[in-house]
Design a protein around this ligand. Structure first.
Ligand code: NDP
Length: 244
C-alpha cells in the first residue's frame, strides 16, 4: 500500500544497519524527509549513497550531552522511530556492569531522552506526531543469556505505555513493535546456531525468522493501528509467535 509520509520529517535511530536502515529507506521512498542517526560514519555514508536525500546524523546515543545537542539541533520532527539498541548476551551469572550500563544507556535511557527532545519540539510546534519504539518479543519471554537484553526491552514496553498516556493529550501517538528474531547482524550473531534457533523457529507458523523487508509492513501496521486515541498502545508482531 502507498504510505502517506510525503514531506513529513522523520528521525530514525540506529539507521546504519539492519531494521533501522530498512525503515529509513522505506520512509524516504514513501516521501518522508528522513534523518538517519547512527554510530558508525561509514554506514551513514553508504546509506546516503544508496538513498540520496537522507540526512545523516552520526552520534553515540549513550552520550547524553552529545544527544541533547545533536538531536535538538536536527529537529523538529513529526515522526520518530527509536530503533537503536545493543544485544550483549551473557549468562546471568556472568553479567558484567559494563554490559548492563551500556545496554540500559542505549536501549532505554536514549529512547526516553530522544523522545523527550523530539516530543518537546512537537508540542512547541503544535504538531500531531508519532513515535514508534522498536522493542522485541524478548520483552515478554525469558530467553537464555538474555537477562540484560530482556530487561531493557521489558522496561521499554512500560516506558512506551507511560509515554503514550502522557503524550496522548498532546496528540502524539506512541506505539511499540515487538518483532521475533530478524536476520540482521544482531539476529545472525545471536541466532545462527541451528541447535539454539530450532526451539524458537518451531514456534513460528512460517517456520523461519523474519527479514528486514517485513518492516515496511510493520510501518503500515503502526500507522493504521495508532489512528484512534483509544488504541494508543498497539503491539504488532512482524511474524506472530505461538506458544507450543
Ligand atoms: P543491528 O545491530 O543490525 O543494527 C543496530 C543499529 O543501531 C546499528 O546501525 C548500530 O550502529 C546502531 N546503534 C547501536 N548502538 C548505537 C548507539 N549507541 N548510538 C547510535 N546508534 C547505535 O540491529 P537490528 O537491526 O537487528 O535491531 C534493530 C532493533 O530491533 C533493535 O532495537 C533491536 O533490539 C530490535 N530487535 C531486533 C531483533 C533481531 O532479531 N534482529 C528482534 C527483535 C527486536 P553501530 O553498528 O555502528 O553500533
Amino acid at each position: 500500500p502507498q504510505l502517506g509520509f510525503r514531506g513529513r520529517r522523520a528521525l530514525v535511530t540506529g539507521a546504519g544497519k539492519g531494521i533501522g536502515r530498512a525503515v529509513a529507506v522505506a520512509l524516504s521512498k514513501a516521501g518522508a524527509r528522513v534523518t538517519a542517526l547512527s554510530r558508525t560514519a561509514a554506514d551513514l555514508e553508504s546509506l546516503a549513497r544508496e538513498c540520496p536525500g537522507i540526512e545523516p546524523l552520526c552520534l553515540d546515543l549513550a552520550d547524553w550531552d552529545a544527544t541533547e545537542a545533536a538531536v535538538g539541533a536536527a529537529g523538529p520532527f513529526e515522526l520518530l522511530v527509536n530503533n537503536a539498541a545493543v544485544a550483549v548476551l551473557q549468562p546471568f551469572l556472568e553479567v558484567t556492569r559494563e554490559a548492563l550500563e551500556r545496554s540500559f544507556d542505549v536501549n532505554l535511557q536514549a529512547v526516553l531522552h530522544v523522545s523527550q527532545i523530539v516530543a518537546r519540539q512537537m508540542i512547541a510546534q503544535g504538531v500531531a506526531g508519532a513515535i514508534v519504539n522498536v522493542s522485541s518479543q524478548a520483552s515478554q519471554r525469558a530467553l537464555q543469556d538474555h537477562a540484560v537484553y530482556c530487561s531493557t526491552k521489558s522496561a521499554l514496553d512500560m516506558l512506551s505505555k507511560v509515554m503514550a498516556m502522557e503524550l496522548g493529550p498532546h496528540k502524539i501517538r506512541v506505539n511499540t513493535v515487538n518483532p521475533t528474531v530478524v536476520m540482521t547482524d544482531m539476529g545472525r550473531i545471536n541466532w545462527s546456531d541451528p541447535q539454539k534457533s530450532a526451539a524458537m523457529i518451531n514456534r513460528i507458523p512460517l517456520g523461519k525468522f523474519a527479514e528486514v523487508e517485513y518492516f515496511t509492513l510493520a510501518l503500515t501496521f503502526s500507522k493504521e493501528a495508532g489512528l484512534t486515541r483509544e488504541k494508543q498502545i498497539k503491539k504488532t508482531s512482524c511474524v506472530e509467535t505461538r506458544r507450543s
